[in-house]
Design a binder for this molecule. Structure first.
Ligand code: NDP
Length: 268
C-alpha cells in the first residue's frame, strides 16, 4: 500500500524517489532501543501497530492532542532528532465510514461493539466528532467498565452507555451506525458480535475487519438490506494520513492508489 503510494508521488516529485517503507518485527521490550536506532539512521517516520501503540505514548518527545486523548500513538515523525507522536486511526475510521457508507459520525447515534484497543480509538473518535450518543456493547463486563472509565473525562455532554451482550430491543437507539471493533469475524467459525435483528432501525454497519472482506455480520447486514462496509477504507485512510504527516502530500491524493494496492494484495 505504501510502496504503491510512494511510486505514485515520486513520479511527479523527485524528492520522494528514494523513499522506502519497510516492515520490522520488534519485541515490545526493545521498542525504546528500536526507536533510538531508527532516529539515528534518519528514518523520516514510523508506523506502530499492536502491541506498541500504547507504550509509544511514553517514548515520544511531543504528542499530538488526538493521540494523547486516544492514549495511543500509531505514527511517528522525526523532527530535530526527536520523535513526535500522532494517531491517524481515528481519522481513518471516520474517513472510511464517510467514504464507504456516506455517513457522518457527527450527530449520529453510534452502537460500538467491543472494548479493546480498536474500540477505544473508535470511541474517542466518535466523541471527538460529536456523535449524538455512544452505546458500547461488550462481552466481558470488566473490559467494558474499564473503557467507560477511560471515556468519562472525554464525553462532555454526549451520553455514553455500556451494555452487555444480552441487551433487549429498546436498549439501543433508532438510526444507529453500528461499528464492529471486536475481533469476532476474523475466523469463519466466529459468532456474530451482535444480532442485528435485535437492533431497531439500524442506519449502516461498519466492520473494522477487512480480512475476510465479508464477515458474517456484513453478510447479515446485506441480507437485511442495510448499508455495510468493511475496514479496508479505515486501513487505507489511516495509512494515507500517516504518509501525509511524513511527506506533506494530502491523504486524499494517495488514498485511491493505496486502496487499489491493498485490495489487490488481499485478493478482494
Ligand atoms: P483486542 O484484542 O484489543 O480486543 C478484542 C475485542 O473483541 C474485545 O472487546 C473482545 O471482547 C472482543 N471479542 C473477541 N472475540 C469475541 C467474540 N467471539 N464475541 C464477542 N466479542 C469478542 O483487539 P483490537 O481492539 O486490537 O482489534 C479488534 C478488531 O479490529 C480486530 O479484528 C482488528 O483486525 C480490527 N482492526 C482493524 C483496523 C483497520 O484499520 N481496519 C485497525 C485496528 C483494528 P472481551 O473484552 O470480552 O474480550
Amino acid at each position: 500500500m505504501h510502496a504503491a503510494a510512494l511510486a505514485e508521488i515520486s513520479r511527479g516529485d523527485p524528492r520522494f524517489a528514494d523513499w522506502r517503507y519497510h516492515a520490522f518485527d520488534v519485541e515490545p521490550e526493545r521498542l525504546p532501543e528500536a526507536l533510538a536506532l531508527l532516529a539515528s539512521r534518519q528514518f523520516r517516520g514510523v508506523n506502530l501497530t499492536v502491541p506498541h501503540k500504547i507504550q509509544a505514548v511514553g517514548l515520544v518527545a511531543e504528542i499530538d492532542p488526538a493521540a494523547r486523548q486516544a492514549g495511543a500513538v500509531n505514527t511517528l515523525l522525526l523532527e530535530g532528532g526527536r520523535w513526535r507522536g500522532f494517531n491517524t486511526d481515528g481519522y481513518g475510521l471516520s474517513a472510511g465510514i464517510s467514504g464507504d457508507l456516506g455517513v457522518s459520525i457527527e450527530g449520529t447515534p453510534v452502537v460500538l461493539l467491543g472494548a479493546g484497543g480498536a474500540a477505544r480509538a473508535a470511541a474517542v473518535e466518535c466523541l471527538r466528532r460529536g456523535c449524538s450518543g455512544l452505546w458500547i456493547v461488550n462481552r466481558s463486563r470488566a473490559n467494558l467498565e474499564s473503557l467507560l472509565g477511560l471515556l468519562a473525562p472525554l464525553a462532555g455532554k454526549i451520553p455514553v452507555h455500556g451494555i452487555g451482550p444480552g441487551f433487549k430491543a429498546g436498549d439501543t437507539p433508532r438510526g444507529a451506525l453500528v461499528i464492529n471493533a471486536t475481533s469476532a469475524g476474523l475466523r469463519e467459525s466466529d459468532p456474530e458480535p451482535v444480532d442485528l435483528r435485535g437492533l431497531t432501525g439500524v442506519r449502516a454497519v461498519f466492520d473494522m475487519i477487512y480480512n475476510p472482506p465479508q464477515t458474517r455480520l456484513l453478510a447479515t447486514a446485506r441480507a437485511l438490506g442495510l448499508k455495510g462496509a468493511n475496514g479496508l477504507g479505515m486501513l487505507v485512510h489511516q495509512g494515507a494520513k500517516s504518509l501525509e504527516i511524513w511527506s506533506g502530500v494530502p491523504a486524499a491524493r494517495t488514498a485511491p492508489v493505496m486502496k487499489a494496492a491493498a485490495a489487490k494484495a488481499l485478493g478482494s
